[in-house]
Design a protein around this ligand. Structure first.
Ligand SMILES: O=P(O)(O)OC[C@@]1(O)O[C@H](CO)[C@@H](O)[C@@H]1O
Ligand SMILES: [Mn+2]
Length: 441
């Protein structure tokens, strides 16, 4: 049997992976360096001279990283001891073992894109933790927060919609509830347009009320398994015994506006009784510019709570309460910031895999999760999603993702080719989206 197809890689000159490594990644590093510069006086006020020295050190480590990347140097082992250092360095050795002798060492423009891109963010983190006392500084924090503030209009509209809906949710018939579920799902999908690594850290937020655009955006959903999600959850609801639990897990992606859309989805699932418990998974370290950490998660809920808008602040109050009572649980795991694709999870992080097996449904938000679900490989567009998952199926799962990388599976014959002919960049602009479900086995 033929093995899986090759990994996406910057060795394919002109590919999106190539352009990311060549242009967007150095741009992100330059922005990170600027951010440190701009916080210089803050570091001084907080830590005195030591803060200034740390800022200098972090900047020089990041400049070195940018230089390694731009001159296509070998990928070097991590040096700073952290919980995942050994796993990373073992993975580097594994990447080395995949190469022919003539290729030499893993390098930025040679190795799999997923690996080198994750490695860049892990090295950014290494630069920070090697620079105490500023070793808890989140270089991307202000970008994430800005994205939230710039999306205020949409946040207000969403929270208002949600709170109004909750008042009458008990009276909705099956069909009405299903339609509301689909709306909330689509909001969460288009929320994924707002990631900051695609834009190289340039602001992209949701300035207009997304709810008015849902109908217009429908033609851009290339795979739409929303009906199957509804069947699964409404069936659980109907057959659930009194005290028993239906747990939906959401593997989060970006903070800012997208996170709000995911929290709205989570609230809807509880209010509609389609689920009784939600587990959220976030990142342990700052990741791909805009990904959610525990600090972002708590920060956003606090912001909502203190909003002047009564519906927005009601959301903040309710959601804090869900956390206190354990209906919502935030979890993180180092696996989410490793370079491994998800087909290796049962071996690399058996505890996480076992935890996910207890979910009734898992939502994977965003593009990077899609890349890790499919192994970030050059699959044919028509390969079934289940096959591209290469054995990963802890529970029924669904990817909710706008397309921002050159991997897409599970399309109809001819669909991908047609899109390529009419819009050469359809895979990478975030204009298209999928709800792609891998149901109960
Ligand atoms: O996972 P997300 O936030 O939807 O997207 C992450 C992303 O912007 O980062 C990579 C490019 O650097 C791409 O995989 C993808 O476009
Ligand atoms: Mn992201």
């Amino acid at each position: 049997m033929a093995g899986p197809p090759a990994s996406l890689s910057a060795r394919d000159v002109g590919s999106f992976a190539y352009l990311t490594v060549k242009d967007r990644s150095p741009q992100i590093l330059t922005k990170a360096i600027d951010t440190l510069h701009r916080h210089k006086s803050e570091f001084f006020e907080k830590h005195g001279e030591k803060g200034l020295e740390a800022e200098k050190k972090a900047i020089s480590l990041l400049s070195k990283l940018r230089n390694e990347l731009q001159t296509d140097k070998p990928i070097v082992p991590l040096v700073e001891k952290f919980v995942d250092t050994d796993i990373w360095n073992q993975y580097l050795e594994y990447q080395q073992s995949l190469l022919n002798e003539s290729d030499g060492k893993p390098r930025w423009f040679l190795s799999p894109w997923l690996f080198v891109e994750c490695y860049m963010y892990r090295r950014i983190h290494e630069a920070i933790i090697q620079s105490p006392p500023i070793d808890d500084f989140d270089i991307f924090k202000e970008l994430k927060d800005q994205n939230f503030f710039e999306s205020q209009e949409s946040v207000i509209a969403l929270c208002t919609h949600l709170q109004e809906l909750r008042k009458t949710i008990e009276d909705l018939d099956e069909n009405q509830l299903k339609n509301e579920f689909f709306k909330i799902l689509q909001i969460s999908l288009w929320g994924n347009k707002c990631d900051l690594s695609l834009s190289g850290g340039e602001h992209i937020s949701q300035k207009t009320n997304i709810m008015n655009s849902l109908e217009d955006l429908k033609p851009f959903i290339l795979v739409n398994d929303m009906d199957r999600l509804w069947s699964l959850l409404s069936n659980y609801k109907k057959t659930r015994e009194k005290e028993s639990v239906t747990r939906v897990d959401i593997v989060l992606d970006n903070s800012g506006f997208e996170l709000i859309t995911d929290l709205v989805l989570a609230e809807f699932l509880l209010s509609s009784k389609l689920a009784t418990k939600i587990h959220f998974y976030g990142k342990t370290i700052p990741w791909f510019v805009s990904d959610t950490t525990i600090h972002d998660f708590n920060w956003i809920i606090k912001q909502l709570k203190h909003s002047n808008n009564k519906w927005v602040s009601q959301c903040g109050v309710d959601w804090e309460d869900h956390i206190k009572t354990g209906r919502w649980v935030y979890l993180d795991h180092i696996f989410w910031t490793l370079p491994h694709d998800f087909s290796t999870m049962s071996q690399v992080a058996p505890d996480l895999h076992a935890a996910l097996q207890k979910a009734h449904l898992i939502f994977f938000k965003g593009d990077l999760n899609y890349r890790k679900l499919t192994g970030d490989r050059r699959w044919e567009f028509t390969i079934p999603f289940h096959e591209a998952l290469s054995g990963f199926h802890p529970a029924p799962l669904c990817s909710i993702r706008t397309l921002k990388a050159e991997v897409q599976v599970g399309l109809q014959p001819g669909q991908g080719e047609q899109l390529t002919a009419s819009e050469p960049n359809w895979l990478t602009t975030g204009k298209y989206g999928v709800f792609q479900f891998d149901g109960p086995l």
